[in-house]
Design a protein around this ligand. Structure first.
Ligand code: ADP
Ligand code: MG
Length: 581
């Protein structure tokens, strides 16, 4: 075996580069965060071929002196840990790795002028070799150029995707940072085309934050999100969360920030999922922008070289804060679902482009048109006070044996009878579960499930709580547990998987989430099968009964697969439709 040796710096840097700079978007993120750490208010990013051949970042921040430049490109050199205090990190950077890593893997040049200095300087690093500093003509701030990323690390070069796909990641990374920092303006120019631009919002007031989020997430988010704001101990949570009916097939629009740092943290994403629970259909994802703020010593950001993951000193506090804040907001705004959908409904009503003219103009034709329409005698409209009384109004008619039309005090409501009934059945089953507990059934052959020693012990400690949910387990010695009874509704083949998930969840969160979730999903399926199908004729009394039931049921705005159960058109919207307003 060859003798042990200490690796040369150039090699160490190339190895580290692989962790810190995974792809062009990661380089953009590091450079833009450096600019923000330097107090920049305007940051321009230019890329070619999705950043694979060129990335340039220009900022108007505090800049660097000649000596700073020399240190900046060295590994583990940073200006951001003043008290050597890893427990109180108040900047994006602190590891002093990014510039060294980029310099090791690419051709890097940095020009900079320190604020107030009479000269600017430029330094170059090419595959780890430093040249300069030499004088530069840069007027202010810092300009960083990265060419041929990964040319010096061919192994990584091979993993680059197409320029178009790398460009997508760059844009996403920049948008995330821009969401967290409304005080600064950002632009992205790819191949000479300006593709993204947000102006500085001036500050961090809620309105300014909202303006920035809407600029990035679009008007659909603006119309379909509600704000949240809450605090627990010394942690605060604020931001905007999409209504459950605004959902996506991917989780990329779940934007989470911890002390302004954009993170992609699985644990946090799990908390969001738990909060929406069964309001979002399986396989779909809510849209959120959430800002968690807590004292720096409560959170460890030094978990991941790219700083995308975090650890909380008190994870249960954070989970409680997120889950209860989001649940409250969703509960309070359950009725909003229908209103915002009305906007979409409105746009699908086609108003004729030109006013219709009678085909045979003349007095006779005119008289025909002017005659008032006969009122159908068999379905008298409800008295106004009756319809105004209930939020979902009084049923007037059934359309296509699927939809109920109801008149409310100030508009009309259209109900999908199947979706509505499904939610009602489901909520009733859940309420029954809560009240009478879960029906259990014994397993013919008790199932032994192998876990870790610690996990098995943890699970057994919660045996009473699990029994309430219909799951009866006992210790089986050492790392195993034996399962004797399971909830009657549950799929028996699922037992080992369920037990393992539960053990992992209890280890991480101290709560057995997946059992409840699975029970809820069984209820959802049963509810769907037990509900009034579309296509059944309902009497007026049945329709009104359904409406009254919906009003007293939580989350009646959507079925348990996330489809809306009703839409509401306000009278004002109807008037707009006919240009009366
Ligand atoms: P870190 O950000 O973790 O400190 P970097 O390698 O990204 O490590 O940067 C090293 C140092 O270079 C920073 O601590 C900072 O002092 C300086 N620096 C980097 N980019 C800029 C910039 N755009 N403006 C001013 N100073 C910068
Ligand atoms: Mg940095």
């Amino acid at each position: 075996m060859p003798a042990i040796r200490v690796l040369p710096d150039s090699l160490i840097n190339r190895i580290a580069a692989g962790e810190v700079i995974e792809r062009p978007a990661a380089a953009v993120k590091e450079l833009v965060e450096n600019a923000l750490d330097a107090g920049a208010r305007r940051i321009a990013v230019r890329t070619q071929e999705g950043g694979t051949s060129r990335i340039a970042v220009t900022d108007d921040g505090g800049g660097m002196s000649r000596d700073d430049l020399l240190l900046a490109v060295r590994r583990h050199a940073t200006s951001k840990l003043p008290g050597d205090d890893l427990e109180r990190i108040g900047s994006f950077g602190f590891r002093g790795e990014a510039l060294a890593a980029i310099g090791a893997a690419a051709r890097l040049t940095i020009a900079s002028r320190q604020r107030g200095a009479d000269a600017a300087w430029e330094i170059a690093v090419d595959g780890g070799k430093v040249r300069g500093p030499k004088p530069s003509s840069l007027a202010a701030g810092t300009h960083v150029e990265v060419r041929d990323l990964f040319y010096a690390t061919p192994a990584r070069l091979k993993f680059l995707k197409s320029p178009a796909s790398e460009y997508g990641h760059v844009l996403e990374a920049l948008e995330r940072i821009a969401m967290s920092w409304p005080e600064a303006g950002f632009t992205l120019t790819e191949e000479g085309r300006r593709v993204f631009r947000v102006e500085p919002e001036g500050g961090l007031l809620p309105g300014q934050r909202r303006a920035r989020l809407c600029a990035i997430l679009g008007p659909e988010f603006a119309d379909n999100a509600v704000s949240v704001e809450s605090a627990r101990d010394n942690a605060t949570l604020s931001g905007w969360i999409g209504l459950p009916t605004l959902n996506r097939p991917h989780g990329r629009d779940q934007h989470l920030f911890v002390n302004a740092r954009p993170v992609r943290d699985r644990a946090l994403l799990g908390m969001v999922r738990a909060a929406y629970g069964d309001l979002i259909p399986h396989g779909r994802h809510a849209v959120v922008a959430l800002f968690l703020t807590l004292p720096p010593e409560e959170v460890d950001v030094n978990v991941h070289p790219a700083k995308l993951e975090v650890r909380f000193r008190d994870a249960n506090l954070v989970r409680g804060l997120i889950v209860s804040t989001l649940r409250d907001a969703l509960q309070k705004n359950a009725g909003l679902v229908a209103n915002t959908l009305a906007v979409a409904a409105l746009s699908s009503f086609q108003a004729p482009s030109a006013p219709a003219r009678p085909s045979a103009p003349g007095l006779g034709g005119f008289a025909d048109i002017a005659r008032p329409l006969a009122r159908p005698q068999d379905a008298p409209p409800p008295a106004p006070e009756e319809s105004a009384h209930y939020p979902l109004g009084a049923a007037l008619a059934q359309l296509h044996e699927t939809y109920i039309v109801a008149q409310t005090g100030d508009g009309l409501v259209l109900v999908d009878q199947h979706a509505a009934h499904e939610r009602l059945t489901y909520e009733r089953m859940k309420a029954a579960l809560k009240k009478d507990g879960v029906a259990r059934q014994g397993l013919l052959i008790p199932e032994v499930v192998e876990l870790g020693e610690a996990q098995a012990a943890r699970l057994v400690r919660r045996a009473d709580e699990l029994a309430e949910l219909g799951l009866v387990i006992e210790p089986f010695g050492g790392p195993a547990v034996v399962v004797r009874e399971v909830p009657a509704l549950m799929d028996k083949d699922d037992v080992p998987g369920l037990i393992k998930d539960l053990a992992a969840e209890i280890a991480e969160w101290d709560t057995p989430v997946s059992l409840k979730e699975r029970l809820e999903s069984v209820c959802a399926t049963l509810a769907c099968h037990g509900s009034v199908r579309a296509g059944r004729r309902l009497s007026q009394a049945e329709m009104n009964a359904l409406l009254r039931d919906m009003e007293s049921t939580p989350h009646a705005g959507q079925c348990n697969h996330g489809r809306p159960a009703y839409v509401e058109l306000k009278r004002a919207d109807i008037e707009k439709l006919f240009h009366r307003r």
